[in-house]
Design a protein around this ligand. Structure first.
Ligand code: NAD
Length: 289
């Protein structure tokens, strides 16, 4: 299959490489020359414009920073430039409204589109073990699944177009909330005289268990290996968590949903990022407690 891949950054670089490994012909584009050079090393053919990259594509995958960029890339350079009937898969994390708007524009022009954001970080992108949450028709999902599988541990049909982004924003709002809760509980345990290690042993087998505590313990040297053991370097940057929380707050406003803890988590990550900690793993909230 000929697959155009636009956006070869931290995530897209590894994802495009996995499509090549699966035997696809990958036509790649990024604004960064360094990203293009890396893509060539991984067997992609690179192009100097988006229209050239998508000209012969059966499918177009995008992995871009935000909704504004996704909309401008599709409207200016993909819709009308890719062959009619091509499948579009936007894997970026963006707001639900833009995902639905771009899919509508693509549909009106004779294309099939899904939103397919991912869970899993750079290691999962490189390792081909991302979880994709896909929004689109059943027919679009069946086609998308075949493209996504070489990059995936799981590909799940969330529902109609935009549902992938809804799943992503809700998942990451929940993740932020239970990470902050885990950090608070571990700091409280320590201050009240219980070692964080002992608290981990007990709570990870009690009703307090959750992914942040059991699998990504945010305290150095305690529990599961995590970026906390490496001074909170690598992992999932707090700035990206803040981006996702802001998308969730925007989505909550659009859906008239009441999300008091989501709002509070957003304020906590806002203050942390504004304090110069945007590059630190999101578990570093522990250091503020
Ligand atoms: P990144 O900044 O490393 O990569 C984005 C790439 O897009 C860059 O290489 C940039 O040059 C390119 N780009 C920007 N504008 C472009 C344009 N107009 N045309 C072509 N290329 C353009 O970001 P990333 O970490 O790879 O994240 C990509 C998406 O994946 C984001 O939406 C992010 O929220 C989401 N995501 C990231 C992670 C993570 O752990 N990094 C995890 C899950 C989801």
């Amino acid at each position: 299959m000929k697959i155009a891949f636009i956006g070869l950054g931290n995530m897209g670089g590894g994802m495009a490489a996995n499509l090549v490994k699966a035997g696809h012909q990958v036509h790649a584009f990024d604004l960064s020359e360094a990203a293009l050079a890396k893509a060539r090393e991984h067997g992609c053919e690179t192009f100097s414009t988006v229209p050239e990259a998508v000209a012969e594509a059966d499918a177009v995958v995008t992995m871009l920073p935000n909704g504004g960029i996704v909309k401008s890339v599709y409207t200016a350079d993909v819709i009308g430039k890719a062959p009619k009937g091509a499948l579009f898969l936007d894997c970026s994390t963006i707001d639900v409204a833009t995902a639905r708007e771009v899919a509508q524009l693509a549909g009106d022009a004779g294309y099939i589109m899904v939103d397919a954001p991912v869970s899993g970080g750079i290691a999962a992108a490189n390792g081909g073990t991302l979880t994709f949450m896909v929004g689109g028709t059943a027919e679009a999902f069946a086609k998308a699944e075949a493209v996504l599988k070489p990059m995936a541990k799981a590909v799940i049909h969330a529902g109609q177009i935009g549902s992938g982004q809804v799943a992503k924003m809700c998942n990451n709002m929940l993740l932020a909330i239970h990470m902050i809760g885990t950090c608070e509980a571990m700091a409280l345990a320590e201050k009240a005289g219980l070692s964080p290690q002992k608290f981990y042993e007990i709570s990870s087998k009690s009703t307090g268990y959750c992914w942040s505590l059991n699998d990504y313990t945010p305290v150095p040297g305690v529990g599961a290996a995590s970026p906390a053991d490496n001074d909170y370097q690598g992992g999932f940057a707090s700035a990206l968590m803040l981006k996702d929380l802001r998308l969730a707050m925007e989505g909550a406003q659009g859906a008239r949903a009441n999300v008091p803890l989501g709002q509070h988590a957003t304020k906590i990550y806002e203050a942390f990022v504004e304090g110069g900690n945007g590059a630190k793993d999101f578990g570093a909230i522990f250091t503020t407690l």
